[in-house]
Design a protein around this ligand. Sequence first.
Ligand code: NAD
Length: 261
Amino acid sequence: MSGRLEGRRAVITGAARGLGLACARRLASEGARVVLADLDAAEGAAAAASFGDMGGSAVFVRCDVAAMEELEAAIRRCEAEWGGIDILVNNAGMAPAADILSIDEAAFDRVIAVNLKAAVFGTQVAARRMIAQGTGGVVINMSSVNAVLNIPHLVAYNLSKGGLNQLTRNAAIALAPHGIRVCGIGPGTVLTELTRNAVWTDEAARRSILSRTPIGRAGEPEEIAAIAAFLASDDASYVTGETIYADGGRLGLNYTVPAGA
Ligand SMILES: NC(=O)c1ccc[n+]([C@@H]2O[C@H](COP(=O)([O-])OP(=O)(O)OC[C@H]3O[C@@H](n4cnc5c(N)ncnc54)[C@H](O)[C@@H]3O)[C@@H](O)[C@H]2O)c1
């Protein structure tokens, strides 16, 4: 693997497992040093410890991204370890089930705080640091096809991801004069531990997802991480305000396809 990200310093939220961890591994494999920020201390510490084996540098910070002082502390840790921050990946997310008739205010507020507000203020904190460094930087927001498409029982999730896409565009314009790019990734169904155990084991759900996936399979976390590495690198130097959808063709589909075996 080339060192496209040699010397870059990254904070990745929700990086104890799943897409966040895959992004962290890929960025590290291309030369970045990474702070893994996550609620889950046990899984996060174990994940960070595994980076030494692959020759990468990672530290873990326990952090609830909905608590602004904890999010800021994760970014400060990156500066304390490596003298600055060049890349922020706003990846932590949650998707509890509730529709417009059943969602209660506390559950709604929590989803918005974790999926959207944390990305807003994480971007603010990181961008202020990048401006002070005078080095520019990159912010990547982990969106979803559900920013555009809707699942009624994920009302708060749908709204948070729609808002995240606007954050990507808004902050990209505001931060362009400072050399900071802001981009999004919109995965379709990707087999993280969560989806593999919760959705993929249900044959009806699996067939339903595949019927809306022209490529005919779910995505792998590494396929999302490859996009994060591209967006974080100078190969994407003219890309900002854009969300790249890695969804096996779902967004373009206006009918269902045979689900296969
Ligand atoms: N897996 C998919 O198919 C898929 C599709 C579209 C979008 N996404 C998005 O990708 C991101 C990661 O999803 P995933 O599938 O890897 O999920 P996951 O549940 O496997 O991992 C999420 C990680 O975020 C952490 N986290 C949750 N709340 C947090 C908080 N308040 N503070 C800090 N960390 C927190 C969890 O501890 C966990 O380690 C999410 O934003 C999700 O919406 C995933």
